[in-house]
Write a protein that binds this ligand. Structure first.
Ligand SMILES: [Zn+2]
Ligand SMILES: [Zn+2]
Length: 352
């Protein structure tokens, strides 16, 4: 089978041909029909996340080894089953939950595999979906996407799930509460689409790109704001009569996190989701005085994946803009994403 792999950290992914694996025990072999390119694939390709102040989290020290096939937004058709794989039929189209843990530690036992200390994440620790085939360790990680289009279904595994799990953390909000979504890229836009099914709040979207703000307004944002405007914080405070109840930062840069914190009303929460990188100085007395909550949210649980996919199957999640490319263009597509040359989610399709 052909796969596009990181062979050296920081270098373009390369085509590698190797034998198609045979599924063992509970494993399932999926024939990949679509694989989304996520912004974090750039960081994984680089081999590190920028922690700010000159510090890095290096994937090589976190259990990833090379070569590694990228791709954690994976849709495929069940091609072969291991002898103990039950509950899914050959030929079934499924989206894979990629945030798989060791299935042995206490974290995994409490069904929060995405927080496992020895993760086996598809496309980040073990081989993922920039490939003709991928091994999924157990049928329980395969989710029926119903009549959601295949190219869209893969985006639920990261963009949709990440947005959904973050929004779940701000609930419950009331109808007259404001929720700020910072960053109208793939995940932020998913958040805008999913939020009305989870919280009744008024949704404001902040982005520095006027085109993305336009997309957000069309997608139903109550209001949009240019967070690069020096008066952006004051404008939000005025618009909301004192600040938002919660912000979700889908970017995760020092400037966006700061903005998300500064626009909170007393008792408000900032949920940090984006992995852009950097560090932020926190004015400590404000945390108790304003009774603020700062919380991180990393992808989501298998249960949350099933919930967000159920919203998708019920037609409650409008499609995000997609940019379809062939698998052989993987390296070019990553380059384009890095250079800001893509408007929607890039989806790799197998070469005909
Ligand atoms: Zn992702
Ligand atoms: Zn574990």
């Amino acid at each position: 089978m052909r796969s596009y792999q990181i062979v050296e950290w920081g270098k373009p992914v390369e085509l590698r041909e190797h034998p198609t694996p045979t599924p063992k025990s509970t494993e399932v072999l999926l024939r990949v029909t679509a694989a989304g390119i996520c912004h974090s694939d750039l960081h994984i390709n680089d081999g590190f996340f920028d922690l700010g102040e000159g510090r890095r989290a290096e994937l090589g020290k976190l259990g990833a080894s090379l070569p590694l096939t990228l791709g954690h937004e994976i849709v495929g058709v069940v091609e072969a089953l291991g002898p103990d794989a039950e509950g899914v039929e050959i030929g079934a189209p499924r989206v894979a939950f990629p945030w798989i843990g060791c299935r042995q530690c206490a974290v995994c036992e409490h069904e929060r595999e995405q927080l496992c200390l020895s993760p086996k994440f598809l496309g980040a620790r073990v081989h993922g979906g920039y490939s003709e085939y991928v091994i999924v360790p157990h049928p329980k990680y395969l989710i029926d996407y119903g009549n959601v289009p295949t190219e869209l279904a893969c985006t639920f595994a990261c963009a949709g799930l990440t947005a959904y799990a973050a929004i779940r953390k701000v609930a419950p909000l009331a109808e007259d509460d404001y929720l700020m979504l910072i960053g109208a890229g793939g995940v932020g836009l998913s958040g805008l689409h999913i939020a009305p099914s989870v919280v009744p709040a008024k949704l404001i979207v902040a982005d520095i790109d006027p085109q993305k703000r336009g997309i957000a307004r069309q997608a139903g944002a109550y209001e949009t704001i240019d967070n690069s405007d020096p008066d952006a914080v004051a404008k939000v405070i005025e618009l909301t009569g004192g600040g938002v109840r919660a912000s979700i930062d889908f970017v995760g840069a020092p400037q966006t996190a700061r903005f998300g914190l500064d626009i909170l009303r007393r008792g408000g929460s900032l949920i940090n989701v984006g992995l852009f990188g950097g560090a932020m100085a926190l004015p400590l007395p404000l945390m108790p005085q304003r009774s603020l909550t700062l919380r991180g949210s990393y992808v989501g649980t298998l249960e949350e994946m099933e919930e967000v996919m159920a919203l998708g199957r019920a037609g409650k999640v409008p499609p995000i803009p997609l940019d379809l490319r062939s698998l052989s263009q993987a390296a070019q597509a990553l380059d384009d994403l890095r250079a800001g040359r893509v408007a929607g989610r890039v989806i790799l399709k197998p070469d005909a």
